[in-house]
Design a protein around this ligand. Structure first.
Ligand code: SAM
Length: 305
């Protein structure tokens, strides 16, 4: 087990950023500051995040134009270093050297919380392993904002992030999740949303309740809550555009489903899946044994259902 050095909180308020009262920003404590930024509405940033961004030696960010716009909106001046999916491995040694020399560096994503479907995990871990302080500066994340307005149970949830882009791999992941007794949270790109909802309906259950939450905190924020099958139909006819989170309710807690329910799910699944795959997903969703479902699937297939 790796020992994570205590980082110690950087204090309630470090600096007065130039945009909120003027004055020279106070230097942030040494270490890596993992700072959450807005997911759309530029006002959704904490005072502490602004203070840290104004007080660090450099801000490692995905797209300097995006972060530059955020900082300009809050009149915060900072030195920006690009750190994104494609250059993170090259940037890491340089950032770690600077941290080891006592620098304060902020890590931000284009939107929301770094490391949540965004880069940064390896940098945080490497800094901790080198005994360097790592500070959390929490704030928005689309997954939690979506849960807060989806109108679905939140007691237990599983964050999947982006499902695989290819249908076969996506269905495999969905089959793994089908019987997890928790609300499921997915990120999805708008151009794959119809296909993903179709697969979710086929694998998780057409009648399972879900919400498509889009453009959170922005002008066209919208939540559509319905069954997966109705959401798919609506998405095909009237696409929800922009940034999207899909939240899916937990499976029905009842014991094994009755034969009629199993057959209905099988008929639906067999429209798009091979017998073996349909049996696996329906077994996972209904609590029936895979063998029993497979036998029924063959009978349905032979009967032309
Ligand atoms: N780090 C971010 C976070 O904390 O949520 C997530 C970054 S991930 C690369 C981008 C995805 O997050 C989008 O494709 C979308 O699924 C979701 N997302 C980000 N902002 C959103 C918003 N305003 N409304 C809905 N979904 C959003």
């Amino acid at each position: 087990m790796s020992r994570v050095p205590p980082s110690g909180p950087p204090g309630p308020c470090l600096a007065t950023p130039e945009g909120s009262g003027g004055g020279t920003p106070r230097q942030a404590p040494p270490g890596l500051h993992v700072v959450a930024v807005p997911i759309g509405n530029l006002a959704d940033i904490t005072q502490r995040a602004l203070d840290v961004l104004a007080g660090v030696d450099a801000v490692a960010c995905e797209d300097t134009r995006v972060t530059g716009k955020l900082l300009a909106a809050h009149a915060v001046r900072a030195r920006l270093i690009s750190h994104h999916e494609h250059n993170a491995a090259q940037r890491r040694p340089e950032l770690l050297d600077r941290l080891a020399a006592g620098a304060a560096i902020a890590l931000v994503a284009d939107a929301g919380t770094p490391l949540i479907s965004d880069p940064g995990y390896k940098l945080v871990r490497a800094a901790q392993d080198a005994g360097l302080p790592v500070h959390a500066v929490p704030g928005p994340t689309a997954a939690v904002a979506a849960l807060s307005v989806a109108g679905l149970p939140t007691g237990r949830f599983l964050f999947q992030g982006f499902p695989p882009a290819k249908q076969g791999a996506r269905r495999e992941v969905l089959a793994e999740l089908a019987s997890v007794p928790a609300t499921l949270v997915f990120y999805e790109s708008p151009h794959r949303l119809t296909a993903s909802l179709a697969d979710m309906a086929a694998v998780l259950g057409a009648e399972r309740e879900a919400a498509v939450v889009r453009e959170l905190t922005k002008r066209f924020e919208e939540t559509r809550r319905d069954t997966l099958s109705n959401l798919e139909t609506r998405q095909a006819a009237d696409p929800a555009r922009g940034e999207v989170v899909v939240v899916v309710a937990p499976p029905e807690p009842a014991g094994p489903a009755d034969a009629e329910t199993v057959d209905a799910r099988l008929r639906q699944a067999l429209r798009t899946q091979r017998v073996r795959d349909a049996a696996r997903t329906v077994a996972a969703a209904t609590g029936w044994s895979r063998k029993a479902v497979y036998t029924r699937a063959l009978a349905l297939k032979d009967g032309g259902a």
